[in-house]
Design a binder for this molecule. Sequence first.
Ligand code: GLC
Length: 628
Amino acid sequence: MLAPAATAALAQLPAFRREVFEARLERWLPDLRAALDSLYVDSAAVADRLVSTAALAYARRADDLHHLDLRRSLQPDWFQLPEMVGYAAYAERFAGTLAGVAERASYLTGLGVRYLHLMPLLDPRPQPNDGGYAVQDFRSVRADLGTMADLRALTERLRSDGISLCLDLVLNHVAREHEWAVRARSGEPRYRDYFFLYPDRTMPDAFERTLPEVFPDFAPGSFSWDDELAAWVWTTFNAYQWDLNWANPDVLCEFADIVLHLANHGVEVFRLDAIAFTWKRLGTDCQNQPEVQALTQALRTVARIACPAVAFKAEAIVGPRDLIAYLGTGARFGKVSDLAYHNGLMVQIWSMFASGDVRLATRALKQLPAPPSTTAWVTYARGHDDIGWAVDDADAGSAGLSGPAHRAFLSDFYAGRFPGSWARGLVFQENPATGDRRISGSLASLAGLEAGDPWAVHRILLAHALILGFGGLPVIWMGDELGLLNDPGWESSAPTPERAGERPDNRWVHRPRMPWPVPPDRHGISAGVRRLVLARASLPHLHAATAAEVLDPHDTGVLLVARRHPLGPMLGAYNVMAEPRHVPLSVLHELGMDPASVVDHVAGSTPTIRDDAVQLEPYAALWLTAPL
Ligand code: GLC
């Protein structure tokens, strides 16, 4: 039953608008109910609240956004298209303010960008705030970046250039300064229930027996004592980021309202930050619990009712076995997020470069089931975070490696400590208890440009060819298209640590400022990336609905990715070694390709065929199809 305010809001609308709402409700209510039934006892009441929220937001939605909803409903595969290419940046580091970003839109269109992820820009607590991931108000923009009106203006401007804006929805936690946390501290029972609070160490100790540490270095443990609360509060990340209790339906209702509010400002994609952590269960690592997918399904159906232009992108940086659930398996097939980061591909790109061997990558990528055909991976080589070596022990074992030894090798290699390494990364969050070490560093510095390695530019372009040619929505991290190196002044950008003696957050080493005017393209990196983007846009085979099939390698230095599209097969071949390698013609024959007529879209010419094999130059990528 709708709340009276929602009924009144709908009654104000023209008849056709009401009909659209009702049709959408009929379409999505069963999915909403199914999701809520698996989460809450009073699921029917929660459904009513959410539908009322959807009705109010729908009634407030502006005409241009209703029009966008219609366009997206007519083309639901908009984010799967080969011409979709993304870019991710901090608004402030890219262009100072939101208005500045709008002024730089032509740079993005020049690169072929159709999707822009701006890093957290909603009002965070004062520093430290984990790069904005400690939000104190979801309904206002960080003051130095602009206002909500600027956000609306930016989305309009970007849309007129064919660019969709993606924003972070930080839903696992809020800043200690957020109103909900403040009210919890002042003792309001309603808000105390928004968090996980424990009077003594009994439950924290019980949970910590099976909880991994996310920031063992700067924020050891997963609970923080708070004097004002007189309780231990769950803090997976930093002590100032308080985990929310999603088992409380009020939290879901709050976030549904926030999503719709931001969607009504023109936001088109929500990056569901740290979504894996949102449901806790004693005796587990409290990640990837099935309820997480039900929560996403609930939020997504509410958005489908009020603003179907909106898509959801899961940021679940988890092991390969857990990843596919974020796009939906079983009863939730295709009902969860529309997009999910392909963390496994990112890790394997770096693993292949360090080892010059594709066998582990092949094994790991083959393990992943194909995502639902209505969804897409977000493919990326670098982002704002560190790289954690999510290499599965079983995958490593079947490639003849030891998981722990390979992970240690990758950390050593990318920290520049392995003999012969060309990488210049920094060790992030060394965990002496597990031996785990993650790596910070810019794509160019990790690929050898800083060390002056002669193959660095080839590796940078190969990394881009891999993310642009794998299939999915590729996202370029700001500055990688220019080959920006590690920022030597990163320590002054990193917030001062809260506690004396704590190490500064070295992820700031790969979060540089955009150098305007853009320096001359000395190494040809920008031109190379741009060529790849254009080539990608011309290949219907790269529509994300066509699955990427990783083939067994015939040459351990060449990753093979086939895509069987109705227009004919496409074969991606990626040489991860600094020496010439090959693809036997039998691979093409098996795919039904005619080697005599095949075209390579990376070079825009016919490939070199010799000795019954297609030849690949060092670090070359080939995108082969029949002539288009
Ligand atoms: C995500 C962000 C990361 C942040 C964490 C906590 O993983 O990408 O930067 O530290 O969430 O919000």
